[in-house]
Design a protein around this ligand. Structure first.
Ligand code: C5P
Length: 294
């Protein structure tokens, strides 16, 4: 059995996000299309004698039990009564507290990698059930690609690959609490909701312009109220040639869709003068994420 594994953990953006109602368990019922992009953390996991040790090159995230990657490792090791422990190192590239599922994708990568490293034989569905215990976005991060996610986000229906999209991501220098954004959500303050059927139909036809028209996120009504700068970032990206610009998840990152890679890169350079966390990214293609096993 090998002793260590390295895996990439991609960020996601929400191409559409609609809140359908509040549930009795306190969560909100969602219909959202999530989409992985090629901005990735890199995770190295090594078997050690005992315990779960997390290290990172980032000082911005907790390294204790608060971190979803540690929770994921603990859940899997406890559930399978696996002897020994693991050392996890996260090379952090995805901004923290950004609405890009940085924590969830690290946890998903830990579940995938440990399943392989410890030869546990769990199916994707089994990993998704465990992931859903830790966070609503983790089942999608395990599946990857593009998917319609419903329930509290944990029910994942994969969509076939659509158009290859090029985005500029701009993360302003603060984070928003997901729980707080959802708490402050008021449907009566939403003036435009994404329409799922036209979106999915455009997606299936690989009609990028129509995909752009149908993108939308109702949580902008909360987050822009909290941080009006998010609207200013959207406007700036549109002025630089974006064909659509929406906030991802509960924010605050703005994902601006550009017609091509060059346009997204140029916009990243322009907006990078004002915002140090700007990234030109594109849709993640289906290559295997497990890079190296030794
Ligand atoms: O599932 P996760 O831990 O990522 O959610 C963080 C918080 O966001 C939840 O505690 C809840 O307050 C809010 N949330 C929600 N409805 C969802 C997803 C998250 O209200 N569908």
């Amino acid at each position: 059995m090998s002793n260590q594994i390295s895996i990439l953990a991609p960020a996601k953006i929400n191409l559409t996000l609609d809140v359908l109602g509040k549930r009795s368990d306190g969560y909100h019922e969602l219909a959202t299309v999530m989409h992985q992009v090629d901005l990735c953390d890199r995770i190295h996991i090594q078997r050690i004698e005992a315990g779960i040790v997390l290290d990172s090159d980032s000082r911005e995230m907790p390294l204790d039990r608060e971190n979803l990657a540690v929770q994921a490792a603990a859940l899997l090791l406890e559930r399978f009564r696996s002897g020994g422990g693991v050392h996890i190192f996260i090379e952090k590239k995805i901004p923290v507290g950004a609405g890009l599922a940085g924590g969830s994708t690290d946890a998903a990568a830990v579940l995938t990698a440990l399943n392989q490293l410890l030869d546990l034989g769990c199916s994707l569905e089994e990993l998704q059930l465990m992931g859903a215990e830790l966070g609503s976005d983790i089942p999608f991060c395990l599946a990857g690609g593009t998917a319609l996610c419903t329930g509290r986000g944990e029910i994942v229906q994969p969509l076939a690959p659509g158009p290859r999209l090029h985005f500029l991501l701009v993360k302003p220098p603060y984070s928003l609490s997901t729980a707080r954004v959802y708490q402050n959500y008021r449907p009566e303050r939403v003036f435009s909701r994404p329409r799922l059927e036209p979106f999915i139909s455009a997606w299936q036809r690989c009609d990028m312009m129509e995909v752009a028209r149908q993108m939308g996120n109702v949580l902008e009504s909360v987050s822009i109220e909290m941080k009006p700068e998010i609207q200013a970032i959207k406007d700036q990206a549109l002025a630089l040639g974006a064909i659509a610009a929406i906030m991802s998840g509960s924010g605050p990152t703005v994902a601006a869709l550009f017609p091509g890679a060059e346009e997204a890169r140029e916009a990243a350079v322009r907006m990078g003068k004002q915002y140090c966390q700007c990234y030109a990214v594109c849709s993640l293609t289906g290559e295997s994420l497990v890079e190296r096993q030794s």
